[in-house]
Design a protein around this ligand. Structure first.
Ligand code: UD1
Length: 356
């Protein structure tokens, strides 16, 4: 059985790691296509190296652009390669423009399409990712849902018969990297570099268009981070760096320190040794929860509602609410495991082998 994975952006490389290992264990013929959406080495190559992912078989080299240009260029390039590969499944991941491009291309060329991380909803249609996930779910033949909440959303949209709950593959990769960090007693390279003590700092990531692309909103976010009562290290995504420079905003001052993005192992080690996470990323909210680190999410909504319900994640608007939330004490420990047992990727392999 041949499965073609289409990936292009940082969170997809993280999800691809456990999938590529599970497919190898199941002896599946796995072809990897990289669209090129993320091309900086620290957003792309470092993940393939650190997480032992085979190099992409095909690299489309599409790169940046407006949503239409980027997605359209990917679709055109995929049209030229996907059908010739004669896949039994095209597998798409998450909610980026690479996901949508491959989903539309597969559906229109009548190739069986499976969506990993199906059924997530923020119910915020202004997020490009929300549009990407809704359209991809409705185009797909097999919906691989990470949680029962996600499966419930798919059922509400009439998609229950195509849905299988497999658990969350990010739990698989996080658990194995966490164990490696603990075994090797790895310290946070960021904390070492910046001279910060364990448990004294928060790690921040801000890159969503809703936060970065409006100068007033971005100024308010950065101002809040400066006013937190302990050091906040922002791992600056290229979009954040570009927009801050464009709007004349400093990525520093007060509590705020800036650092380039890091690889996955460094991120896990740094979050494990931090006192909190401040983010607008989807994946990091859940990773922090799994590492038992309190999170403040700079968005009005989240797809990972379990993290909020269990008391580990607080949604906060820029301003006093964000400053206050980022300084709050740790909640009570939880034994809940809403994101699976670390074996989701093997379930994905079995679901694809079983078919519809
Ligand atoms: C994309 C995804 C988002 C995901 C995020 C992870 C979409 C709509 N969004 O957002 O869901 O959480 O990836 O990082 O697909 N750039 C570089 N180097 C790179 C990549 C991007 O400099 O390697 C710059 C470009 O100027 C680009 C900007 O960053 O215009 C934004 O990149 P883009 O691919 O549009 O989306 P992300 O913000 O990374």
């Amino acid at each position: 059985m041949r499965i073609v994975s289409v990936v292009g952006a940082r969170p997809q490389f993280v999800k691809l790691a456990p999938i590529s290992h599970a497919f190898a264990r199941a002896d599946l013929d796995h072809v990897i296509i990289h669209t090129g959406q993320h091309y900086d080495p620290m957003l792309s190559a470092v993940f393939f190296e650190e997480l032992d992912i085979p190099a992409p078989d095909i690299h489309l080299g599409i790169g940046s652009g407006s949503h239409g240009h980027q997605t359209g260029a990917m679709m055109a390039a995929l049209d030229d390669v996907l059908p010739d590969l004669e896949p039994d499944w095209v597998l798409v991941y998450g909610d980026t423009n690479s996901t949508l491009a491959a989903a539309v291309c597969a559906a229109k060329t009548h190739l069986p399409l499976a969506h990993l991380e199906a059924g997530l909803r923020s119910f915020d249609r202004r997020m490009p990712e929300e549009i990407n996930r809704v359209l991809t779910d409705h185009a797909a033949d097999l919906l691989l849902a990470p949680t029962t909440v996600a499966a419930g959303h798919l059922s509400d949209e009439g998609l229950a018969t195509r849905t299988v709950v497999v658990g969350d593959v990010m739990t698989d990769v996080l658990m194995s990297v966490r164990d490696r960090v603990l075994d090797r007693n790895m310290v946070s390279p960021i904390a070492t570099e910046l001279g910060l003590e364990d448990g004294s700092y928060s790690i921040a990531t801000i890159h969503r268009a809703e936060n970065t692309d409006d100068p007033r909103r971005l100024a308010a976010v950065l101002d809040s981070l400066r006013n937190v009562d302990h050091p906040v290290v922002v791992l600056a995504h290229p979009r954040l760096v570009a927009r801050s420079a464009q709007f004349g905003l400093e990525l520093g001052g007060g509590a705020l320190l800036s650092h380039p993005p890091v690889g996955y192992r460094e991120l896990v080690a740094s979050v494990m040794r931090s006192r909190g996470v401040i983010t607008d990323s989807g994946g990091l909210q859940k990773e922090a929860f799994l590492l038992q680190v309190p999170t403040t999410t700079v968005r009005p909504s989240t797809e990972w509602v379990e993290t909020v319900e269990l008391g580990w994640n607080v949604l906060a608007e820029p301003g006093p609410a964000l400053v206050h939330a980022a300084s709050r004490p740790r909640p009570a420990d939880t034994e809940a495991t809403p994101y699976g047992d670390g074996h989701a990727a093997d379930r994905v392999a079995r679901a694809l082998q079983r078919g519809l």
